[in-house]
Write a protein that binds this ligand. Structure first.
Ligand code: UDX
Ligand code: ADP
Length: 480
């Protein structure tokens, strides 16, 4: 029986291995992690991550050919193929701080593999890593190999949170990069055979190592760039009276452009986009490509601009001050159908409003109070370095409360900000919400989820990203 081990039981490792186990009943898959609590959660009824469909898949395979364990060494020793799916945060200090990927976790995993292995292994890069990481890892393994043959493959993950299981079951493509040597090609084939159990062969692309690594960064950069492009248009739409949804629709009808990923929003978030673009920028700079680096930097700058533009809109609409005013925040996750808050635009928007002394009442169907408090009081980039967490300042915490339902969040609020596109926010009883709020009652829709005409009819002063402005807002231009 072939044995697969995955180091790192996170958002990528957990779902990916669960689907491999489901589709390859003859392969034994074990996911290992140094975090005891994470592994315990994977072995319980309360999985550590929320992902539609995941529980089903885990329940079908767990205990049969899918296992979760903290015995990292044992399973690495036994495995034929080792996926490495550990965190690769942005460096917070030293050379490349704020841009380069911190490969500490990766390096320690590689050294451990070299220590423990007693037979030939295929080591698969699954985390997003800077181009040429495989080469570095190869060196670590080769210099500690004791005659064992290690083959490094890059197999970047393209799943999106919230649709991870669907993306894994029915991927647009699977990308496998490997060395062009006979052993390298043998390893590529071994991994290809695993995916071929359920993915049509024409969707399994094989490339050289660097192309596979760079393709992942490029794909995320292109996706993020689309969002920044449409968000740039949203500012222009507000200034001129066009409707960004109409513009997106018209633009997306061009088959060369396509309709997906053209929704204007308060900004993109998630663990990948910003991190991968920063990474790309760093690689460009290291290669002396200043103009290329600047080009990609602008995608992030525009995203930051969009978030501060939103905060300014809120403050300026409400007579230029939110000091002491209750503001309801609906949605904290970086997108719907996930409890993940990494780089969520809600963090920057909430921090911006708190900076203007607002009192926030936050509701999200999947994010815990603990998580919200932690996110609001740590520094940027700290989320991937849990050990460096600073305790929250007691005075600031007083201005944030977490509500159990949206109606409680909105009660007595002056304004309501929608920051995540959860479906339930479309169906709320806005009449009831309006009655319970202070007047004038404002709604700032950062995800274009509410029905503009309906809410205005109820009496709200409504701001929707990139939509023709409420006459009220026209008189109070927001300057970013
Ligand atoms: C992304 C990539 O899609 C995935 O292929 C890669 O493997 C990991 O990074 P993810 O971050 O999980 O996935 O979510 P995604 O659906 O890409 O959304 C990212 C952010 O962009 C979210 O904050 C989302 O709300 C925002 N977004 C997305 C928009 O603002 N507008 C859009 O039109 C689409
Ligand atoms: P991703 O979104 O890329 O899956 P996560 O942060 O969700 O990232 O998951 C990465 C996981 O890797 C964490 O659970 C972390 O504990 C684990 N991890 C990091 N380093 C090691 C290591 N050397 N051995 C085992 N697990 C590790």
């Amino acid at each position: 029986m072939m044995k697969i081990c995955c180091i790192g039981a996170g958002y990528v490792g957990g779902p990916t291995m669960a689907v491999i186990a489901l589709k390859c009943p003859s392969v034994e898959v074990t996911v290992v992690d140094i975090s005891i609590s994470r592994i315990n959660a994977w072995n319980s009824d309360q999985l550590p991550i929320y992902e539609p469909g995941l529980e089903d898949v885990v329940k079908q395979c767990r205990g049969k050919n899918l296992f979760f364990s903290t015995n990292v060494e044992k399973h690495v020793y036994e495995a034929d193929i080792i996926f490495v799916s550990v965190n690769t945060p942005t460096k917070t200090r030293g050379l490349g701080a704020g841009k380069a990927a911190d490969l500490t976790y990766w390096e320690s995993a590689a050294r451990m593999i070299a220590d423990v292995a007693k037979s030939d292994k295929i080591v698969v890069e699954k985390s997003t890593v800077p181009v040429k990481t495989a080469e570095a890892i190869e060196k670590i393994l080769a210099h500690n190999s004791k005659g064992i043959c290690f083959q490094i493959l890059s197999n970047p993950e393209f799943l999106a949170e919230g649709t991870a299981i669907q993306d894994l079951l029915n991927p647009d493509r699977v990308l496998i990069g490997g060395r062009e040597t006979p052993n390298g090609q043998k390893a590529v084939k071994a991994l290809k055979d695993v995916y071929a159990q359920w993915v049509p062969l024409e969707r399994i692309i094989t490339t050289n190592l660097w192309s596979a690594e760079l393709s992942k960064l490029a794909a995320n950069a292109f996706l993020a760039q689309r969002i920044s492009s449409v968000n740039a248009m949203s500012a222009l739409c507000e200034a001129t009276g066009a409707d960004v949804q109409e513009v997106s629709y018209a633009v997306g009808k061009d088959s060369r452009i396509g309709p997906k990923f053209l929704n204007a929003s308060v900004g993109f978030g998630g663990s990948c986009f910003q991190k991968d673009i920063l990474n790309l920028i760093y690689i460009c700079e290291c290669n002396g490509l200043k103009e290329v680096a600047c080009y990609w930097k602008q995608v992030i700058k525009l995203n930051d601009y969009q978030k501060s533009r939103f905060v300014n809109r809120v403050v300026s609409s409400m007579f230029n001050t939110v000091s002491g005013k209750k503001i309801a925040v609906l949605g904290f996750a970086f997108k719907k159908n996930t409890g993940d808050t990494r780089e969520t635009p809600a963090i920057d928007v909430c921090k911006g409003l708190l900076g203007d002394k607002a009192s926030l009442s936050i509701y999200d169907p999947q994010v815990t109070e603990d998580q919200i408090q932690r996110d609001l009081w740590m520094n940027k980039f700290d989320w991937d370095h849990p050990i460096h967490l600073q305790p929250a300042s007691p005075t600031s915490i007083k201005h944030v409360s977490v509500a159990w339902d949206p109606y409680q969040a909105a009660k007595d609020a002056h304004g309501l900000c929608i920051l995540t596109d959860w479906d339930e926010f479309k169906k709320l009883d806005y009449e009831k919400i309006y009655k319970s709020m202070q007047k004038p009652a404002f709604v700032f829709d950062g995800r274009n989820v509410v029905d503009v005409a309906r809410l205005r009819e109820i009496g709200f002063i409504l701001y929707s990203i990139g939509k023709p402005l409420d006459p009220w807002l026209k008189d109070m231009p927001a300057l970013a």
